[in-house]
Design a protein around this ligand. Sequence first.
Ligand code: ATP
Ligand code: MG
Length: 775
Amino acid sequence: MEKYLSQLNDAQLAPTLQKDGPMIVIAGAGSGKTRVLTFRIAYLMSQGVDPFNILALTFTNKAAREMKGRIAEIVGQSEAKNLWMGTFHSVFAKILRIEADRLGYPSNFTIYDTQDSDRLISSIIKEMGLDKDIYKYKQVRSRISSYKNSLITVKAYYNNPELMESDAAARRPKMGEIYKEYVERCFKAGAMDFDDLLLKTNELLTRFPDVLAKYQDRFRYILVDEYQDTNHSQYLIVRALSDRFQNICVVGDDAQSIYAFRGANINNILNFQRDYDNVKVFRLEQNYRSTKNIVNAANSVIDKNQTKLDKVVWTANDEGPKIKVHRSMTDGDEGRFVASTIFEEKMQNQLHNKDFAVLYRTNAQSRAIEDALRKRDIPYRIYGGLSFYQRKEIKDVLSYLRLIINPADEEALKRIINFPARGIGQTTIDRLIVAASAYDKPIFDVLKDIDNLNVNINGGTRNKLKNFVTMIESFQVMNQNANAFELAEHVVKVSGLIKEFNKDGTPEGVAKMENIEELLNGMGDFVEGQKEIADSTASLAEFLEDVALATDLDADKGNPDHVALMTIHLAKGLEFPHVFIVGMEEDLFPSAMSMNTRSELEEERRLFYVALTRAEQQAYLTYTVSRYRWGKLIDAEPSRFIEEIDEQYLDNITPIQEQRFNPMLDASIFGDIEPNKIRFAKPKSPKFKKKEERKTPENFQISSPKKMKPISKTNGGSNLFDSKLTVGNIVNHQRFGRGEVLKIEGAGGDLKAEIKFSNGAVKKLLLRFAKLEII
Ligand code: ATP
Ligand code: MG
């Protein structure tokens, strides 16, 4: 253990060795918060704490796995195995299964993912005859989600006139009814959605003191990473569980709170000291991840936020290269810039694909980057977006499996009752839903008992329904003896799924088959992996739970050496040697939807801080002059966040011919006009007629550039100054006008000229970028 502790600095050692009592580590990005948590767990174990008594909550399951791996290196594999580690959702799903009967749920309850919730909500909106343009299912879902995360149950909703009024004011007076129906349907289907996993845990811990006591006794040491992004529901769970022993250690950074839009409450971190007695507060200041340039640039940006805790972040790492700022004409050009830079960097510096990450504000931005990477044959992987387990063919297979485990699962049943087609039409399904509601039974029970119930379905269809029931029941019998893999293999054959996907022979069909094969392989691995774990039966139920809670970061498949593409939200806690932050444009980042209030804008700025601090060596900020959005080519302006970075940390690498109409970079970064005096001039919108013309920046011309003969020129990709300029030369500057060269200093790319312009101003210009013409 000693040997390992020497891998921490003094500031990190203090919280690591603080064994008991409530404590909080508040520190900036890359300062070792996650590392402290990891070492602290190992230390607790070395001090005789039983791993069964330790609960560690992380932001992703991947983070939990990595942490566990690291702990296993220190304390040994067999001990580390017994730790309770994972996301809030995965840990509490396990507990809910154990205690399900208390809440009237079956222990084999299904976990509805967002897609399932959306489908159920859409169907309820339709059944209630509501206008789907007013009751947009996604908005309804997010509203229900926010109720649940604030612990507002249906009953609490109806006791709260303000809530009802606000929904009515938003032209959705039926929200309460939808909410009620949704909750009842989930319950009847034996299903919990993601928010339920937290809401029901809270219900469990408040309604059953013996259950609370049991888990308080079990989790004597609780640790939470990324505490700044916990929501109210998560906060209450942590409070309740830690109440007895008060051995609670949370780590976080208020400057990285980026999930307010999903209910995260930054006050959880700010008020921690009020919630517990004798809280020990630790601060870490040294960043080990990034270069000085990156750390300082990030500090200079986050400084603009008013709501923040005062924090120091510094690093002993090298200065490193400046942050490169690049401007392109279109998003296609931006993609090509990213791909060619990765290509060149790899060649020149012996780097791997996995040393690069491309981060963006919205998922839609990935397409242009993907296209460009594909053209260059650079392997990449998109994280987030539609996860593997949400692809249609995979969900089809999983729905069969879910129905085997939990026949009440309404969404699974509706999905596969007529897939592959067995002549059971939508009218039949609608009638079944009505009957299920009338008899207050799950649809599957109605099917089983259809001959004894009053359901308006003819004989031929009845037989088809009975065959379906028989098939599912035969799978259920098999499930009692076979493992998950054997069962799944059987199901895809017997259900007709394989035949269905194989029949067209199109590339899409083949890809679907490959995905199904991949799923089966995954199940095979799972069965093998579970053999090691003592209390596991490698059951299908366990597999389905893992799948339901897999965040996309978890499914690391395929070539491990790939460029990572993901949204900034998903990149939290991660690090990469080279990071591109693309789409640095107003209305995109900061997002147009987050500029109405100061607090929204500050959240966007924190998001930018998170993005920038993922980079270890080199960060790139790229933006475009025009971008396809909502099917149109629209003008774009550089993001205010670029301007907010202290200019000394930036390096404009836009090639000369593209810079010509870039007043922002020219003036604020390399000239000496105060940045806040700069107004972004809207670049003239390129009105291209032909698609080919849009391809290269070279064929983009404005305001007779021939007249300007820049003395800077590009040289093999890096801008070098051709030093014909001498003291006494009279020059013309594109914007400042005529002037006399007073002094020349620096060398190579840093060559600067001090010029006195005719209006009296003396400016120092970096010749690499200045557009000068000798007269
Ligand atoms: P974030 O705020 O982004 O979550 P963090 O505070 O959790 O960051 P870590 O991820 O724990 O920071 O650490 C950042 C990097 O610095 C990691 O690569 C980690 O291994 C390294 N590191 C942290 N502390 C030390 C140390 N004392 N010596 C060497 N490397 C360290
Ligand atoms: Mg961390």
